[in-house]
Write a protein that binds this ligand. Sequence first.
Ligand code: ADP
Ligand code: MG
Length: 245
Amino acid sequence: MAVDPLIELLGVNKYYGGLHVLRDIDLTVGKGEVVVVVGPSGSGKSTLCRTINRLETVESGTITLDGEPLPQEGKALARLRAEVGMVFQSFNLFAHRTVLQNVSLAQVKVRRRTKDDADRRSRELLDRVGLLAQADKYPAQLSGGQQQRVAIARALAMDPKAMLFDEPTSALDPEMINEVLEVMRQLARDGMTMVVVTHEMGFARASAHRVVFMADGRIVEDRTPEEFFTAPRSERAKDFLSKIL
Ligand code: ADP
Ligand code: MG
């Protein structure tokens, strides 16, 4: 895929105390590209996501977003961080706010929209994830799959340049996984730049442009889904695939 880079990591290293969790990470995600990140538990996938969003500092290396280096802290960081939407395994909705309020709040606070503008945008996005009818409910009244779709709508409401998903379906009952994946597949089709940590290999095969395989804090393979699934090169990847497929 022609690479007009949106996210670029170069020589990124990260430690937790003496534990070297990201090792010499070079990763470029092009505009409109969907990159699925897979690998054994503890290989550094979540840390990679948090690093891209600067929820973690790094010891060395550079991270650029749309050509701008990510600052370590401060207002400039907050502004750039808002350009990347993040969806986690746990949905973290505000329990005492309605669905609509959950999607609107940050638009008013961070994007400085009026409440009316924010609510209008929220309704558009809730419609897009199939939840317009639930706008006035509270999170506890929704299923896990519905709550995760609200979390996606909330992230999209910031008009991010890219979306990071860290195991977005891992906490869901099996029958709810597909409704969340469908929203993600649609986003991918619409050209959203996405980094997705997931064990859903069907999603990877259908929607990813590239699969990045991590082990022990390193990127071991970075290839098309077709190549990765049919002919993994490394022993680590072969071993990983033999366990999950
Ligand atoms: P993955 O998402 O691939 O399972 P993580 O990025 O969560 O892996 O973790 C990578 C490594 O860093 C693991 O060894 C994990 O135990 C360790 N780790 C993650 N977060 C922290 C933290 N906040 N403090 C110390 N060690 C951590
Ligand atoms: Mg993780």
